[in-house]
Design a protein around this ligand. Structure first.
Ligand SMILES: [Zn+2]
Ligand SMILES: [Zn+2]
Length: 280
């Protein structure tokens, strides 16, 4: 359920693995009552200018952001970086490196899938990504279209899961490097969907020491392991207080219905963005 004046600090467009153009995401957010929206595409700030242009006449504030995936034994550690500058050339160089790694990884996975008898064309995967960074969601869509799996989710569960022979692991930033990268470029890092981190209570002090400024306390997911009900939200709010982190939150909207909330659908306290800004 969306409310007027809502804050949504976690959204994706087709500049990474979302289904809609940045301007469309903004229009949908406006229709859902969102007043402050962070566009947080993976490894890129490319969509920010388009989102800002669409947001201006609608009176919506866009917070430039990105979500950095990381590589470690810590599970899926995703770091949201807020208030980054799309014109920061040094940052863009690092983000490009991350995107190119991801692209090569998908190329390798397409080759392995073909060897395993599940051929999809790299061209089609690129088309699905519409110029954005190639990721496993695009590959899953292509596998579904080619009839190798019965559904998008099925592709993730079988052919391209971590245990699949077609899986290629990524090369990239460690969680601490991701936090440090955001800080080094004047941004405020927040830990996304903390349930995906293995051994969070042991890792959190290290992330805080590296410069973590927030933790995503308000998060919903169709995956019950990752979803925050009231008890989990309270648990993460207590952690945020212990480490003086700003509680952040958002829909993690991709536009394919695979996540738990529509734009603006996760209640985030209105003072959140000001609290984050104070941590710059
Ligand atoms: Zn994420
Ligand atoms: Zn996300």
């Amino acid at each position: 359920m969306s409310r007027a004046g809502a804050t949504d600090l976690h959204t994706h467009s087709l500049r990474s693995d979302g289904a809609f153009a940045p301007a469309e995401v903004v229009r949908m957010a406006a229709a859902g009552g969102v007043a402050v929206m962070a566009l947080s595409d993976h490894d890129t700030l490319d969509g920010v200018a388009e989102a800002e242009a669409a947001a201006r006449p609608l009176g919506i504030r866009i917070v430039p952001a990105t979500e950095l995936n990381t590589e470690s034994e810590w599970g899926d550690v995703h770091v949201l970086g807020y208030f980054l500058d799309p014109a920061d050339a040094k940052l863009e160089e690092r983000l490009r490196w991350l995107r190119e790694n991801r692209g090569r990884r998908i190329e390798l996975m397409v080759e392995r899938l073909s060897e395993l008898g599940h051929a999809v064309s790299l061209e089609r995967v690129r088309e699905i990504a519409q110029g954005g960074a190639l990721g496993r969601p695009h590959l899953a869509q292509a596998l579904f279209e080619a009839g190798h799996v019965t559904s998008y989710d099925d592709a993730f569960l079988t052919l391209i899961s971590k245990d699949s022979p077609a899986y290629v692991s990524r090369v990239g930033l460690t969680p601490l490097e991701a936090v440090e990268l955001v800080r080094a470029h004047g941004g405020v890092p927040s830990l996304a969907h903390p349930r995906t981190v293995i051994g969070l209570e042991d890792r959190l002090p290290l992330l805080v020491e590296a410069g973590l400024g927030g933790i995503e306390c308000y998060y919903v997911s169709k995956d019950p392991d990752i979803h925050h009900g009231p008890e989990r939200t309270a648990h993460f709010l207590a952690l945020a207080e212990r480490y003086t982190l700003v509680p952040t939150g958002g829909s993690d909207f991709h536009g394919r219905g695979e996540h738990g909330a529509p734009l603006g659908g996760v209640p985030v306290p209105p003072g959140t963005i000001a609290a984050l800004e104070a941590r710059r």
